[in-house]
Design a protein around this ligand. Sequence first.
Ligand SMILES: [Mg+2]
Length: 216
Amino acid sequence: MAVKALVIDLDGTLYPHEKELSADIASAERIDNYIARHRLRKIGKQLSERERKRLIGQRKLSALILRTCEAYDVSREGLSRYAYDIDPADYGIGKDARLTRLLEKAARRYRLFLFTNGYPNWVRKVLKAIGISKFFNHKNTVHMGMLIYGIKPSAGAFRVLADAAGVDTGEMLLIDDSAKNVAAAKRLGMKAVLAQGSDGMPIYAILEELCKGAES
Ligand SMILES: [Mg+2]
């Protein structure tokens, strides 16, 4: 089946951070401070130091937030708002004219969707900082706030995407910097390509390839 829709990840894909957001956003101190202030009720079992280290060591901020909320019984909304209360410019995220031109080209040939585990306010801030807000609105964006059955790479997250997109799974191509997300998409019958990182292709090269032959 031909590809009709591009489903694009945000963090680590549309801006090339190797470790997505730097570890200092999700530092042990910041998370500990938040938990100390906002934990609603004490849960029976304290986490061991090893469990806590494993928690803080999550590579993806979205996964860290989810696991922290489960482990400490704090609200996902509250912790997300706190963790993502940062300025994209402080992390080297800024205007990207080349990406904007390529998305313009891609939008003429494909339907575009943004599929991210990120917190909605952060998503809006990053899109604005890069200069690509016009391509993604509430109709073609799936973010953390909508992922009630689990975040990527869970099948539940892909179900939410499929419902929102209304496009046949076999006609969607996922572009994501997570190998796990790419594998999950393929298992569900989507096409998928790994972006950025040491193994993936730069987002520019992927979009250029997909737009080959299109009028510029
Ligand atoms: Mg990513």
